[in-house]
Ligand binder design. Structure first.
Ligand SMILES: C[S@@+](CC[C@H](N)C(=O)[O-])C[C@H]1O[C@@H](n2cnc3c(N)ncnc32)[C@H](O)[C@@H]1O
Length: 276
């Protein structure tokens, strides 16, 4: 891969996703793209750059992001967030939802689904009658393949190994060599492809947002803008969970109070000024 090809591809990735591919990532990029070149039957990176410029370019840019993003995830990863959800965050929200208020949760970079299904299990254990109230868990990712996998809710035996046996029995059924999430979990969930840097199509606000191990790949401007936008779409008192090596920085930090390890509560909004 020539310098010019690397700069072109890294530039497109940054433009589309805010992800920075430093020079140190060049060999990773080449390894990931070699697979894509084989699938497309292209001889070299020059031909790939030409494809990015051609009529298939917009679609290919989605495949490019899919190839370079890291999808590592696990059930109940960073377990303290799920403990806190169950013990502190959800109980008052559940009481309000039972009294008629809507409850919205969002796993904003959900990868293959382990994170949103872990949230769904925690939610339904705290709120077994959730399906009778106005409760939804949105699961989104930039990568269409990951969104499909989340939607299917099928996991290998290896993937479900962090799920304790009683919970595995309660929330999953055997399917082939692996397991499939039961309909009561999936009934609360909605799945969509969403690039966090694009416009967001939401009408109402979120009570809980998980965006973990994703902003770490973004440059400072993109990351701080994302925190700001989370602040805008969250209810007062809502909870934001971010990844273990991330921190809420920039102006948006003033919108939140830390409430635990990489966990934050949305502050009250200032009262609107009264007309004099
Ligand atoms: C390392 S995984 C983290 C998965 C999960 N949140 C967790 O912590 O286990 C990062 C995910 O972020 C997604 N991603 C990367 N850039 C994104 C963007 N701009 N918008 C939405 N999702 C993005 C990737 O496709 C990938 O599934």
């Amino acid at each position: 891969m020539t310098d010019a090809q690397f700069r072109k591809i890294a530039g497109l990735v940054h433009q589309d996703s805010g992800i920075i591919l430093s020079e140190a990532k060049r060999s990773l990029l080449m390894a990931r793209l070699n697979r894509r070149l084989r699938v497309l039957g292209l001889p070299d990176y020059g031909a790939y750059c030409a494809r990015l410029d051609g009529s298939d370019g917009p679609d290919e840019r989605r495949h490019l992001l899919s190839a370079i993003t890291t999808n590592v995830t696990a059930f109940f990863r960073e377990a303290h967030h799920f403990r806190s959800l169950a013990q502190d965050v959800l109980p008052p929200m559940v009481a309000q939802a039972r009294a008629g208020r809507r409850l919205r949760l969002w796993s904003a970079a959900s990868s293959s689904g382990e994170e949103p299904y872990s949230i769904a299990i925690t939610l339904l254990e705290a709120f077994p009658d959730a399906a009778r109230h106005d409760v939804l868990l949105l699961s989104t990712d930039i990568d269409p393949e990951m969104v499909d996998r989340s939607r299917q809710g099928r996991f290998s035996a290896d993937a479900v190994s962090p799920v304790p046996p009683a919970q595995l029995k309660r929330w999953f059924q055997p399917q082939g060599d692996g397991f499939e999430a039961k309909p009561d979990l999936r009934g609360l969930m909605r799945f969509a492809e969403l690039n966090l840097h694009d416009a967001w199509p939401f009408q109402g606000r979120f009570d809980v947002i998980f965006c973990r191990n994703t902003a770490i790949y973004f440059d400072g401007t993109a990351r701080q803008r994302l925190w700001q936008r989370f602040g805008e779409v969250m209810v007062e008192g809502g909870t934001l969970c971010i990844g273990h090596s991330e921190r809420l920085d920039g102006p948006a930090a003033a919108l939140f109070e830390p409430t635990g390890t990489t966990q934050y509560r949305r502050n009250a909004r200032p009262a609107p000024a009264r007309p004099s």
